[in-house]
Design a protein around this ligand. Structure first.
Ligand SMILES: NC(=O)c1ccc[n+]([C@@H]2O[C@H](COP(=O)([O-])OP(=O)(O)OC[C@H]3O[C@@H](n4cnc5c(N)ncnc54)[C@H](OP(=O)(O)O)[C@@H]3O)[C@@H](O)[C@H]2O)c1
Length: 247
């Protein structure tokens, strides 16, 4: 297995949920983590927790919808640690709504965060990983990247895009440059993600969701598994769902 000791790991969306849990777990394993999101107060509190446990963390306040901020994030990681071993594109939003409600701002926000943010960060990291002839890009897609659900037309479209982008990256960057690419596809996870749902029409019409969400730490474990695989082995795709989630 690959040791995580001293690996330089950039995590977007580290201020809550899956990103927070992943930062804590990888830092505990010895990785030097770069924490990115908009809520700097939360990132500072996370950094303090990690350092109190003997870990190493850097906070870079970042809005991933801004290309220049994504480039500054990657540069800050390079300046601090001299390399980027792992980029975890985890930041995401999910304001589900009915298509008929035409909530254009929310649609654009999902495209900007869930797709463009991933492209900006990945595009900034690729040249460094090519120079290193090594690296690992972990994209947090979703079960929504494999199938559609009611009220998720745009969210599922963004996650399908990330699943496709991940496979395309893997096909090119692995054989040509030794860079690994992993697509993580969580089912329902207990995080703040659902709090952004505001469309009254969706709330009224949505079918009851019956699964018992799993913990963000469960997804963090999947990411740890992918990152710590032997360097010649790429864990290309991981779908992790609550046992009682049907689809
Ligand atoms: N929870 C689930 O059931 C589930 C299932 C499948 C996939 N996922 C995916 O898992 C990933 C993490 O979500 P989560 O469940 O952990 O939800 P969460 O707790 O709401 O975390 C979302 C993270 O994204 C960050 N973010 C949002 N907009 C951003 C922006 N413009 N710039 C930078 N960061 C931004 C948030 O930080 P700030 O607000 O501080 O910027 C936060 O840290 C997402 O990609 C989501 O689609 C979640």
């Amino acid at each position: 297995m690959t040791s995580l000791q001293d690996l330089s790991v950039v995590i977007t969306g580290a201020s809550s949920g899956i990103g927070d849990a992943t930062a804590r777990l990888l830092a505990k394993e010895g990785a030097r983590v770069v924490l990115a999101a908009r809520r700097a107060d939360r990132l500072e509190a996370l950094k303090a927790d990690i350092e109190a446990s003997g870990g190493t963390a850097l906070v870079v306040e970042t809005d991933v919808t801004d290309r220049a901020q994504c480039e500054a994030l990657i540069q800050a990681a390079m300046d601090a640690y001299g390399r980027i071993d792992v980029l975890i594109n985890n930041a995401g939003v999910m304001p589900l709504s009915l298509a008929e409600s035409v909530r254009m701002e929310e649609w654009m926000q999902m495209v900007d965060v869930n797709i463009n943010g991933v492209l900006y960060c990945t595009g900034a990291a690729i040249p460094h990983m090519i120079s290193q002839e090594a690296g690992h890009i972990v994209n947090v897609s979703s079960v929504a990247g494999r199938r559609l659900f009611f009220g998720g037309s745009v969210y599922c479209a963004t996650k399908h895009a990330i699943t496709a982008f991940s496979e395309g990256l893997r096909m090119e960057l692995g054989p040509r440059h030794g860079i690994r690419v992993t697509c993580i596809e969580p089912g329902a996870v207990s995080t703040e993600l659902f709090q952004a749902i505001e469309d009254p029409a969706f709330k009224e019409a949505a079918p009851e969701f019956k699964a018992t969400p799993i913990a963000p730490e469960d997804i963090a474990e999947s990411i740890r598994y992918a990152v710590s695989a032997p360097s010649g082995a790429t864990v290309a795709e991981v779908l992790v769902m609550p046992t009682d989630q049907v689809r």
